[in-house]
Write a new protein. Structure first.
Length: 403
């Protein structure tokens, strides 16, 4: 049956070529669009991880829900001990301490409300590979009273590297405290909202400002993002008895989940469009082929073949076209993905973001399998109705087509 189907395919070369072109175009489009969407997911994830949140964050229970207004009430006891314990896990690349505060930043003329972080400069510089320094440089361990500010803060207060600023806030005891700092650099992260309010100072300066040695979070950087869930599960079992909770970067960035849901819906709709396009194109071609060969099928039935064999022959021919077209489409899509990725696709900043990026088309096995399945299924479905109609045609009417 399949040998005969293969001979029939190559007997009608022009029609076969047009059918294959429709299948290849649809499958190739799915490979390219799916790979592009996956690249958006990956680059967005890495931007969020390596500019703000890290892969995991550990904090006292309740901090992520209620600690933003009173971070001084949620302090990790013996943070150095837990930092060393977490860093001992083989999947962990580094662990860094952060203390959070809010107050007013003054440039001598104007106050600006800020959300600040006391950080370990050298460790944060290693993590924050997606944080672009637009002026000056990153904080270093030697900058005892240095500060880096977000681009929005710098624009609001007209700050540049070398300027002096003062931070004013209320300590946990209710007293006012201030500290004089020198601007070391201006950064631009993935989030415009974050840059409009954020500043970072060395951990020692933050402790002096807050009159406390507390640490609110331990930020965990992993060697591979794919290990996030496994390491989170291990840390939860280790840290929960000590009253500490663990949040993954996905839980910390609800913007990411919403973006993923949006693009998944768009890509699903695109799949339906391509499925319909391939279905209609192939159905037209199969209809023409089948009804031009009505006399041939009538002769087969007259010679003793059952109508079911005729139906299976038509479906076998179309299935082979689907397999050949889908394989060519996947191969062509992979080749185009590699070629386009070698050049790169300049992309504007996403919504609520500051930084543009270079897009690529990822070759993802799941997307390749889905594209092949859609191409094959659409082709096979397109042949069902014509095969049923011609197999039910009376033999006399079918033979009359030979006259």
């Amino acid at each position: 049956m399949f040998k005969l189907a293969l001979r029939n395919i190559f007997r009608h070369r022009f029609r076969t070529t047009m059918t294959l072109a429709a299948i290849v175009f649809g499958v190739c489009g799915l490979v390219l669009s799916g790979g592009f969407v996956r690249d958006i997911f990956i680059q967005l994830a890495e931007a969020l991880i390596h500019s703000q949140s890290g892969h995991l964050q550990v904090s006292p229970a309740g901090y992520f829900s209620h600690g933003s207004r009173s971070p001084e009430k949620y302090v990790i006891d013996a943070p150095a001990k837990w930092q060393a314990a977490i860093a001992a896990l083989p999947e962990v690349d580094d662990v860094m301490m952060r203390v959070h505060f809010s107050g007013l930043l003054n440039n001598g003329k104007t106050d600006w409300p800020i959300v600040g972080e006391g950080v370990q400069p050298s460790r944060e510089a290693k993590l924050s590979s997606f944080m672009h320094i637009v002026a000056g440089r990153q904080l270093a361990d030697t900058d005892k009273f240095g500060v880096v500010v977000g681009q929005g803060v710098a624009q609001a207060l007209k700050l540049a590297p070398g300027d002096r600023v003062t931070v004013l806030l209320s300590t946990a005891d209710g007293a006012l405290n201030s500290i004089d700092l020198q601007v070391i650099g201006v950064f631009q992260s993935f989030s415009k909202d974050f840059d409009a309010r954020a500043m970072r100072i060395p951990l020692g300066a933050a402790h002096e400002l807050l009159a406390s040695e507390g640490v609110n979070t331990l930020v965990v950087s992993l060697r591979r993002t794919s290990d996030t869930e496994r390491v989170a599960t291990a840390l939860k079992s280790m840290l929960s008895p000590a009253g500490l909770e663990v949040k993954t970067w996905v839980e910390l960035n609800d913007f990411y989940e919403k973006t993923i849901a949006l693009y998944d819906q768009q890509f699903g709709f695109l799949q339906l469009i391509i499925l319909g396009m391939v279905l209609l194109s192939v159905a037209n071609s199969v209809n023409m082929s089948v009804f031009e060969r009505v006399g041939e099928f009538g002769t087969m039935v007259a010679l003793g073949n059952r109508t079911g064999q005729v139906r299976r022959l038509i479906l076998a021919e179309t299935a082979m076209l689907g397999v050949i077209g889908s394989v060519i489409g996947v191969a062509l899509g992979m080749a185009l993905a590699v070629a386009i990725s070698a050049i790169g696709i300049p992309m504007p900043p996403p919504p609520n973001a500051n930084l543009g990026y270079t897009g690529f088309i990822r070759v993802v096995p799941g997307v390749l399998a889905l594209a092949f399945a859609v191409g094959f299924a659409a082709t096979l479905l397109a042949a069902v109705l014509p095969a049923m109609r011609v197999s039910r045609m009376p033999v006399v009417d079918a033979l009359r087509a030979n006259v």
